[in-house]
Design a protein around this ligand. Structure first.
Ligand SMILES: [Zn+2]
Length: 276
């Protein structure tokens, strides 16, 4: 089993939890092989940035990488070939970084290039994390978890927290989730199992066509009704450019934390709730 975190250098919940996991485990009691990569993207982490300052690449869009490319492409190639492709299970932990905040979600892929067998196994692992919600991830080429799933590896791509910091409870949530999956998979003491998650969020975010100052007017995790204003975009003089209403009754899965937005940035993320 492989755990990766720090693919984005401004997300600290996964790294903090993996450091604690390494301290919590006794290798002599571990069944199977565990590889932990707490900070996958050292140059982005050193700069506190989502992307690498060396080549401005987003590591989460360029897997499986290229051994002849720039630093980030070579890093992606090395991670894929020497770590991830050896795994039966990959858990890739993210957060909202400096710009966003997420409710806790354990993501899985369904359909597309991902086989039914890998989907079933990935959903099982996402449930075993035991965090608040499951989330059907959008299939995006170049994302580590998606590229691993296409290669037959069972994956969970998770999001907890953000805001450019690491709340202790968010790191604890990830740590409990890691221990739970290890226990469910028979690798450590079954006492660490959490109850499996069944609440599922389905949907994607809506981007802003314009730059400006984005004010989110509902709280993270809250339920909103169809047509309810979720965020308001202002210009540099504070005038309202547009409002972003919920397209349906749903839950606010992520919010913008950094108020300044560019065209194409996340504006609102209202998703539907189901049970899996
Ligand atoms: Zn990320």
């Amino acid at each position: 089993m492989v755990f990766t975190a720090g693919i984005h250098g401004d997300e600290f919940e996964g790294p903090a939890a993996l450091w604690r996991l390494a301290e919590a485990l006794d290798p002599s009691q571990l069944r199977g092989t565990l590889l932990l990569v707490p900070i996958a993207n050292a140059s982005a982490f050193a700069a506190g940035m989502r992307t690498s300052p060396v080549d401005n690449e987003n590591l989460a869009r360029i897997f499986p990488g290229n051994a002849e490319g720039t630093l980030s492409h070579r890093l992606a190639d090395a991670l894929m070939r020497t770590v991830v492709e050896k795994a039966d299970i990959l858990i890739d932990s993210h957060s909202g970084g400096v710009r966003l905040a997420f409710v806790p979600v354990a993501g899985f892929y369904e359909g597309g290039d991902v086989s039914a067998a890998v989907t079933a196994r990935s959903l099982q692992i996402a449930k075993q994390m035991g965090i608040e919600y499951l989330w059907q991830l959008p299939p995006v080429n170049g994302v580590l978890s998606y590229e691993a799933a296409r290669r037959g590896i069972a994956v969970c791509g998770a999001e907890i927290g953000g805001r450019g910091n690491c709340l202790p409870e968010d790191a604890e949530n990830y740590l409990g989730a890691y221990l739970s999956v290890l226990a469910h998979q028979g690798m450590i003491d079954p006492a660490h199992k959490r109850a499996e998650t069944t609440a599922c969020l389905e949907g994607d975010w809506q981007t802003t066509p314009d730059a400006g100052y984005l004010e989110t007017v509902v709280s993270l995790g809250s339920r909103v009704g169809k047509g309810e204003t979720v965020a308001v975009l202002h210009d540099a003089l504070g005038q309202t450019i547009r409002e972003f209403p919920a397209g349906f009754d749903g839950r606010v899965m992520a919010v913008r934390h950094l108020n300044s937005v560019q065209s194409g940035d996340l504006a609102i993320c209202v998703v539907k709730e189901t049970i899996r």
